[in-house]
Design a protein around this ligand. Structure first.
Ligand code: MN
Length: 314
């Protein structure tokens, strides 16, 4: 996904630090526009929180009837991150400058590692009907991996297990003794909990990691807090487990990881370290160099916004 990501930060207790957070800190995020009238709820970054482990961006979109046009995000570049696309309902078609053209469906993972640079488009496939609902997350790449060659992976088979009344799917990284197949570059977990009806689950966590969780379809009880659908609960570090409760069919997305020990600079679709790197990536994209071409998307590539905002590192 795309658009402006720079936000002002006012430090508050238990905000923007990887630390123990005894009370679940709830945010409803903010509305963001992806173009063509497609609006998402942006849960990261927000005022007061830039990252959860290495996760630096979290958009929740839908449910929306694709008869209204669906998702149409033309070719755009990325550096320094991985895009993690997880569909809850409906299909998305991904095309990238490595030549991949990959539909993604419910239960499958698209993982794009930009490394030093890639371009892609994301759209509702032609002829699609029904509902689109999903999340797109970005993982910041550590210094050791942010200049690697770009890669794209699609995984239709992912590890899952039952915890209490929830079916838990690990779509990226490590959780519950399971390892997802996608290549990662720092310790992290991306997990979906699916309750078929009312039920409870005690989900083990890594106490050294920080975590956040989103209720998707219905309100949910998480570690003693009440999350409305679309809200993110920040769990902090230091938890050995969380109790999750559902009153009806519901899905929740849990993300976590080792606190990210590097300061990042995030602007538009780029994760970097310095303003000069951002300016260089922007200029290369505008010149049509360095990211390759996305073929087959029926529409123009995206123009980078003007570099007018003061850039701040986390
Ligand atoms: Mn993108």
């Amino acid at each position: 996904m795309t658009r402006e990501n720079t936000v002002e930060t006012t430090p508050l207790p238990c905000e923007d630090h990887a630390e123990a957070c005894p009370e679940v800190q709830i945010t409803e995020g903010r509305s963001a526009e992806l173009g063509a009238g497609f609006t998402v709820r942006r849960l990261l970054p927000t005022r007061g929180r830039r990252m959860i482990g290495p996760w630096c961006f979290l958009d929740h979109f839908g449910p929306v009837d694709v008869a209204g046009g669906g998702l149409r995000v033309g070719p755009h570049p990325h550096i320094g991150l991985q895009t993690v696309t997880w569909v809850l309902d409906g299909d998305i078609l991904h095309r990238d400058s490595l030549g991949h053209e990959q539909p993604i469906r419910r239960g499958q993972l698209n993982l794009m590692t930009s490394g030093r640079g890639i371009a892609h488009s994301e759209e509702t496939p032609a002829g699609a009907r029904g509902t689109l609902h999903g999340v797109q997350l970005w993982v910041a790449l550590p210094e050791s991996a942010r200049h690697i060659a770009p890669e794209f992976e699609h995984h239709a088979a992912l590890p899952a297990t039952r915890v209490g009344e929830a079916v838990v799917t690990v779509f990226l990284g490590h959780a519950l003794g399971l390892a997802a197949p996608g290549r990662i570059h720092s310790p992290l977990a991306g997990v979906e909990l699916h309750f078929a009806g009312a039920g409870k689950a005690e989900v083990p966590l890594n106490a050294g990691w920080e975590y956040g969780i989103i209720a998707i379809d219905e309100p949910a009880d998480v570690a003693g807090a009440r999350l409305a659908p679309g809200e993110l609960g920040y769990l902090g570090t230091g938890r050995e487990q969380i109790a999750v409760g559902a009153e009806a069919e519901n899905r929740l997305i849990l993300v976590g990881g080792a606190p990210f020990g590097e300061s990042i600079l995030m602007w538009w679709n780029f994760v970097a370290r310095t303003a000069a790197e951002i300016a260089e990536a922007r200029a290369a994209w505008q010149r049509g160099e360095g990211f390759g071409r996305v073929h087959g998307y029926a529409g123009p590539a995206l123009d980078a916004p003007e570099l007018t905002t003061a850039l701040k590192t986390r």
